[in-house]
Design a binder for this molecule. Structure first.
Ligand code: GZL
Length: 338
């Protein structure tokens, strides 16, 4: 027997029926409201924002910390995050961005592998009315309205700071081997530029070897081994690595070759990740120039502002410092968040 025919259910149209129907309507309304409620942390009455994020990969400790920061912050703010890991391939990033466009997300954010190659897909996003935020790395496009803002470090300044630190540790005399980051990426291009500009003040410092280690530890080790085996190998007494992971790989190569990192070969790198702090405590790495990967809070601040129609600056520079081996203590390492 159906509920409506049951003797316990009020007759249709009767005063008891009306009261029951009204009560059921309230209950149904409450259930619906529960489903559409903004998540905890979201402004009351706000609709849940949907953001597509294309991460370049998982090549370094920095990247792992960056991914965690973005996912944690999206969670904390109740943002629906569609996260895609491109595994180091630009085509995968382009594919992910196209799929975000198809899914009609509210915003797209991404960390572009290289500076070039984004014009077409960003035009597609613009045509679809989806705003784009760049985090971590810059792009080179002919129309700057294709993205709202670029949040990230000043890579030229990081390279300059690395050279300054190396000059201090070597007394301005060094035969340098350089491990570059991913070819064509903003941090690799600009860190090199900044490093070389500062080096111009030190005639006793020369780059004798330079090649890419793709920001990866294993690749940094492999390339540095080849440097040491090359005809210039015996003269190398300094290392500039575009990130900590490659420096840590190179340190392994230096030790395997029977040399002392920090003594025979003075090393500086960029990022300031946990393992680099340990290497500085062990006096194997002389400086790590800070590059802060915890960009999640800044990213979602910007997205929230844009979604409320507020203005954001076209460039947001992350504030950073320099860490040197003589400052590092075990307590300091404990307090590091990445
Ligand atoms: C910097 C970032 C670089 C880090 C690397 O903002 O793009 O990429 O320095 C990383 O460690 O892989």
């Amino acid at each position: 027997m159906s509920l409506f025919r049951s003797p316990r259910f009020p007759r249709l149209g009767s005063p008891r029926w009306e009261a029951t129907a009204a009560a059921l309507a309230v209950l149904a309304g409450a259930a619906c409201a529960k489903q559409n409620d903004p998540p905890p942390g979201a402004a009351s009455g706000a609709r849940r924002l949907v953001v597509g994020f294309s991460q370049v990969g998982a090549e370094s400790g920095w990247r792992t910390a960056n991914t965690k920061s973005i996912k944690d912050e999206a969670d904390k703010r109740g943002v629906t995050l569609k996260f895609s890991d491109a595994q180091g391939e630009q085509e995968n990033q382009i594919r992910a961005i196209r799929s975000f466009i198809q899914q009609k997300v509210d915003f797209i954010a991404f960390s572009p592998k290289t500076e070039d190659g984004w014009q077409a897909v960003l035009e597609e996003a613009k045509k679809a009315g989806i705003r784009v935020v760049l985090t971590d790395r810059a792009v080179r496009v002919t129309d700057s309205t294709l993205y709202e803002t670029f949040i990230g470090s000043d890579f030229i300044e990081e390279g300059r700071r690395a050279a300054e630190c190396l000059a201090k540790r070597t007394g301005g005399k060094a035969m340098i081997a350089e491990l570059q980051g991913t070819p064509g990426s903003a941090p690799a291009l600009d860190r090199k530029k900044g490093f070389e500009a500062e080096l111009a003040h030190y005639p006793g410092m020369t780059i004798v070897k330079s090649a890419s280690g793709n920001f990866e530890r294993a690749k940094g080790k492999e390339v540095f081994e080849a440097f040491l085996r090359s005809p210039e190998g015996a003269r190398i007494n300094a290392l500039f690595a575009h990130n900590d992971d490659m420096a840590l790989g190179a340190i392994q190569a230096i030790e395997a070759a029977g040399k002392r990192p920090g003594v025979d070969i003075v090393a500086v790198s960029i990022d300031g990740v946990h393992d680099a702090f340990q290497a500085m405590l062990d006096k194997k790495l002389s400086c790590s120039v800070e590059c802060n990967p915890l960009l999640g809070p800044q990213l979602f601040d910007v997205i929230e502002k844009l979604s409320q129609g507020q203005h954001v600056p076209k460039r947001i520079v992350t504030q950073e410092g320099v860490f040197t081996a003589d400052q590092v203590t075990a307590d300091l390492i404990q307090s590091r968040r990445y």
